[in-house]
Design a protein around this ligand. Structure first.
Ligand SMILES: Cc1cc2nc3c(=O)[nH]c(=O)nc-3n(C[C@H](O)[C@H](O)[C@H](O)COP(=O)(O)O)c2cc1C
Length: 179
């Protein structure tokens, strides 16, 4: 499999169009690879660097893996994630299942950050964590709190739950399309 290098923001339009339908956020540490679906994020520039910001709830299995590695890789489909990948990676935790095996994902070694890419979702942003910021429930609008942070839903629920998100600012250190 070849990597076609792209400029970090070259496919920004495509990436931001696909994001709301779901893309993969890959993490790897302590011998475990994991991939979760995300639909929230930003692509832009800070400190003169190309940055992808993702939001990961505190209790996701993904979160300590990103903290441990200081890195994550975003894998964007050409069209849409298949319903199976969306379900397996977006409604199950890596605590309970091996998502690579269940979803039949083909991992491709990273070029720069140590966190593999995924052949089935070929547009790839390898990121190193430049900054992390826990969000603060006390600063959020009431409607957001009620809809996205129900305090009676425990942290291990795969959908909305009581946990805040941590914003991870990833400097994009490699960007390419797997072909
Ligand atoms: C379309 C879609 C978008 C999602 N977006 C996010 C997100 O941006 N942040 C987040 O923390 N969870 C999000 N989730 C939920 C996680 O994908 C889900 O809880 C997953 O099981 C977490 O996996 P993990 O525990 O293996 O890390 C989304 C789920 C779906 C289906």
């Amino acid at each position: 499999m070849e990597r076609r290098e792209i400029a970090p923001l070259e496919m920004a339009g495509h990436i931001m169009e696909k994001l709301p339908d779901g893309v993969l956020l890959n993490s790897q540490a302590n011998g475990r690879f994991n991939s979760m679906v995300i639909a929230w994020g930003h692509l832009g520039v800070e400190w003169g660097k190309p940055i992808f910001v993702c939001y990961v709830r505190e209790g996701r299995f993904t979160r300590p893996l990103i903290d441990e590695a200081g890195a994550f890789t975003v894998s964007i489909p050409t069209e849409r994630l298949s319903p199976e990948v969306l379900r397996i990676c977006g409604a199950n935790s890596g605590r309970d299942i091996d998502k690579v095996a269940e979803a039949g994902l083909t991992l491709v070694d990273a070029q720069a950050n140590g966190v593999p890419a995924v052949a089935e979702t070929p547009i790839t942003l390898e990121c190193k964590v430049a900054y992390r910021c826990p969000q603060d429930l006390s600063l959020m609008p009431e409607d957001v709190l009620a809809r996205f942070y129900p305090q009676d839903v425990p942290s291990d629920s795969c959908g909305s739950n009581r946990d805040t998100h941590v914003a991870y600012y990833g400097e994009i250190v490699a960007s390419y399309v797997l072909e």
